[in-house]
Write a protein that binds this ligand. Structure first.
Ligand code: DOR
Ligand code: ZN
Length: 344
C-alpha cells in the first residue's frame, strides 16, 4: 500500500534569507510556520558583521512574527577580509551567532563586501576551529574566466580542498550544493564536513532556465546544473548519510527585480518547501529517510538538540498559487502531491 501520511519530528531550515523591513514581515511567517529553527543568512545591506547588528536583526525577525510563534532564528556572521577573530568568538560564545558565512566577494546577491582571498581570514578560521564554530561556505569561484556552470567544481579544487586540509577540526558546511563534484567531495570528507541541499536543485536542471523562453524564476545561485548533477545531488539527499541536510536557500525578490533585464538570483521556496522535498523523497523511494534529512542530520551536525514537535504531511494535492506574499513562489501554478495537514 502506498504511504498516505507521514509524521516527522519538526524540521529546521539550515539556510534561509529572511530579508528585512516589509519583505521580512511578508516572508518570515512562511518559514516560522513549518520550521522550529533556521540559519539566517547575513547578506543584508549593510551586511551583518557585528554582534550588535546580529542581535538587532534577530529582534526584528522575532518582531515580524505573530505573538507567541515558536521559532528560533539562528544568526550568522558575514565574513569580510578584515573580520575580527575577537568579535566572531565573542558573538559565538554569547550565543548570538551560530556560524560564520563565507561569501567569496562578488559571488552572489550582496556579496560585494565578502572575502577576496581566504588567506585573509586565516586567523578567524583558526579561532573558529578552536571554539567549534561552523563555517558556512558559498562555494563558487568568482573568476570571470571560469564558466558559470563550473564555478562550484572549480571552487572545490582551488579553495575547498585546501580549507579541509588546513583546518581539519573546523566544521564546514558546503551550502546549497549543485554538482556531483560537491556531493562526492562532501561524502568523501570526515564527519565535520556537511552540506545543505535546496528543493530547486533536486527538481530542476539547467533546461528549466530556458523552457520555452527565459525563465527568471528558475534562476538562483549557484545556478541549476545539467541533469547528471541533479541526479547526483538527489542521490546524496536520499542516501541516508548524516552529512546532508535540509537548507532551502529560500531567497525572495520582488517580482520586478526577478522579471528584469538583469534579474536577481534567488528562488522563494519557503511556502511549500516541505511538500517539495517530500515529493523528491517519494520519487526516489526514500520516504523513510525524509525525517533524518529534514529534522535530524542538521541538528546533530550543529550539536543542537532535536526538536520536540511534529509535522504531518498527507497525500493530498495542493495547488501552488502564482503569488505568495506578493512574490512568485517556487512551483507557482503547479500541483504538488503532498500537503501539510498538521503541526504541533
Ligand atoms: O540565488 C541566490 N540568492 N543565491 C545566493 O547565494 C543569494 C541569494 C539572495 O540573497 O538573493
Ligand atoms: Zn543563500
Amino acid at each position: 500500500m502506498e504511504t498516505q501520511a507521514i509524521t516527522i519530528r519538526r524540521p529546521d531550515d539550515w539556510h534561509v534569507h529572511l530579508r528585512d523591513g516589509d519583505m521580512l514581515r511578508a516572508v518570515a511567517p512562511y518559514t516560522a510556520r513549518r520550521f522550529a529553527r533556521a540559519i539566517v543568512m547575513p547578506n543584508l545591506v549593510p551586511p551583518v558583521t557585528s554582534v550588535a547588528a546580529a542581535e538587532a536583526y534577530r529582534d526584528r525577525i522575532v518582531a515580524a512574527l505573530p505573538e507567541g510563534t515558536a521559532f528560533q532564528p539562528l544568526m550568522t556572521c558575514y565574513l569580510t577580509d578584515d573580520a575580527d577573530p575577537e568579535e566572531v568568538a565573542r558573538g559565538f560564545e554569547a550565543g548570538v551567532w551560530a556560524a560564520c558565512k563565507l561569501y567569496p566577494a562578488g559571488a552572489t546577491t550582496n556579496s560585494a563586501s565578502g572575502v577576496t582571498d581566504v588567506r585573509n581570514i586565516r586567523p578567524v578560521l583558526e579561532r573558529m576551529q578552536r571554539i567549534g564554530m561552523p563555517l558556512l561556505v558559498h562555494g563558487e569561484v568568482t573568476d570571470p574566466a571560469v564558466d558559470v556552470f563550473d564555478r562550484e567544481a572549480v571552487f572545490i579544487e582551488r579553495v575547498g580542498a585546501g580549507l579541509v586540509r588546513d583546518f581539519p577540526e573546523l566544521k564546514i558546511v558546503m551550502e546549497h550544493i549543485t554538482t556531483a563534484d560537491a556531493a562526492e567531495f562532501v561524502a568523501a570528507g570526515g564527519p565535520l564536513l556537511g552540506a545543505t541541499i535546496t528543493p530547486q536543485h533536486l527538481h530542476l536542471n539547467r533546461n528549466a532556465l530556458f523552457a520555452g523562453g527565459l525563465r527568471p524564476h528558475a534562476y538562483c545561485l549557484p545556478v541549476v546544473k545539467r541533469e547528471r548533477h541533479r541526479l547526483a545531488v538527489r542521490a546524496a539527499a536520499v542516501s541516508g548519510s548524516p552529512k546532508f541536510f535540509l537548507g532551502t536557500d529560500s531567497a525572495p525578490h520582488a517580482v520586478e527585480a526577478k522579471e528584469s533585464g538583469c534579474g536577481c538570483a534567488g528562488i522563494f521556496n519557503a511556502p511549500f518547501a516541505l511538500e517539495s522535498y517530500l515529493q523528491v523523497f517519494e520519487e526516489e523511494g526514500a520516504i523513510d529517510r525524509f525525517e533524518a534529512f529534514a529534522s535530524e542530520n542538521g541538528a546533530r551536525f550543529y550539536g543542537l538538540p532535536l526538536n520536540q514537535g511534529t509535522v504531518t504531511l498527507a497525500r493530498e494535492a495542493v495547488d501552488v498559487p502564482e503569488r505568495v506574499a506578493g512574490v512568485v513562489p517556487f512551483h507557482a501554478g503547479e500541483r504538488l502531491a503532498w500537503r501539510v495537514v498538521e503541526t504541533d
